[in-house]
Structures are given as C-alpha cells and as structure tokens.
Design a protein around this ligand. Structure first.
Ligand SMILES: CC(C)(COP(=O)(O)OP(=O)(O)OC[C@H]1O[C@@H](n2cnc3c(N)ncnc32)[C@H](O)[C@@H]1OP(=O)(O)O)[C@@H](O)C(=O)NCCC(=O)NCCS
Length: 152
C-alpha cells in the first residue's frame, strides 16, 4: 500500500478510468451515479472530471462544473482502502487551483447532512454551511447541506 500522497497524479478522467471509477462510486454512495453519467462528463468539454492515480490505479475522483463564476463539485470520492491518507485533501487542493485559474469566485457543493466525515473535511478546507436543500437525496431521503468556499 502506497502511503505517499506526493506520488499522486491528478488528471482529467478518461474512458479507460471508468471501470475503476464506477467501482469506487458503488462502494461510496447509497445512490451511485451510473456509468453513463461519468462517460457523459468525460465527453463534455464544459465538464472537468478528474481522477487521482497512484501507480496508474484510480484511488479517487471528482466531477466539477463551472457556472457563472462558480465551481460546483458535483461528485467526489476516494477508494475506501485509501481514505484518511490525505487524498481527498489533495483533490480539493487541485480543484481550488483549477477554480482560481478559471477566475471562479467560489466553490460550492451539496453534502448529506449525516456525512460528518466529508463535512469535517470541507470545514477543514475552509468551506462554510450556507444553506440546506430539503429532501435533496434519496435512498435514504435526506436533506443536503450547501457548503461554499469563497476564493479570495
Ligand atoms: C469524504 C472523502 C472524499 C474524504 O477523502 P479522504 O481522502 O479520506 O480525506 P483526507 O484523508 O484528505 O481527510 C482530511 C481530513 O478530513 C477529515 N475527514 C475525512 N474523512 C473523515 C471521516 N470519515 N471522519 C472524520 N473526519 C474525516 C479529517 O479531519 C481528515 O484529517 P485526518 O485524517 O488527519 O483526521 C472520503 O471519505 C470518501 O470518499 N467518502 C465517501 C464518498 C463521499 O462521502 N463523498 C463526499 C460526498 S459530498
């Protein structure tokens, strides 16, 4: 098992990454995105799906959309055996650099209100809770917390 996040390579998701991405997606979420959703992201020039790789293996990913100066994190996950090693942090750092590059004013995301681990990560990264969407998620039905990080 590789412990060094310096060896992490983060790049645009490609079709060859799909099997691994879908496997991580299915182990990470109770209402996972379908494979086609990721392939649409890959083929959409306006979307920016990223993968994080260690030794050519996908260990994490994120799907990003930019609307009107705002970068939205639509999806983010890390392979379960590689969690708590700083990979999520590295992906968020890359997202922040990308958002600044694209002159975005803020980064936003929705998170299940019970997903305390992810909320802790976002808090640590400077995100603040700015709202709530009632019954935003299904399986199980749950509110989302809207979190945002203002880029200065
Ligand atoms: C959320 C997720 C992406 C975090 O990835 P990660 O690589 O484990 O995150 P990091 O190792 O960079 O964590 C950095 C810090 O965030 C906090 N954190 C991350 N996961 C946590 C957890 N499960 N419980 C409590 N704190 C957590 C901790 O403060 C951690 O620092 P520490 O390990 O030194 O205590 C990962 O747990 C995951 O894929 N979860 C399933 C999918 C998911 O919930 N995605 C988010 C949807 S909004």
């Amino acid at each position: 098992m590789i412990e060094r996040t310096e060896d992490l390579v983060i790049k645009r998701m490609a079709l060859e990454d799909l099997d691994e991405v879908v496997k991580i997606e299915n182990q990470s979420f109770s209402d996972p995105w379908k494979r086609e959703f990721f392939s649409e992201e890959i083929n959409n020039d306006f979307a920016s799906p990223l993968v994080a790789k260690l030794d050519q293996n996908v260990v994490g990913y994120a799907c990003l959309w930019i609307f009107f100066g705002e970068l939205q994190i639509a999806n983010i996950a890390v392979e379960k055996d590689f969690r708590r090693k700083g990979i999520g942090t590295k992906i968020l750092e890359r997202i922040t650099d990308y958002a600044r590059d694209k002159s975005c004013l803020k980064i936003t995301l929705d998170v299940r209100e019970s997903n305390q681990g992810a909320i802790d990560l976002y808090n640590k990264f400077g995100f603040k809770i700015v709202g709530r969407r009632k019954k935003y998620y299904r399986f199980p039905v749950e509110d989302s917390l809207i979190m945002e990080k203002i880029l200065l």
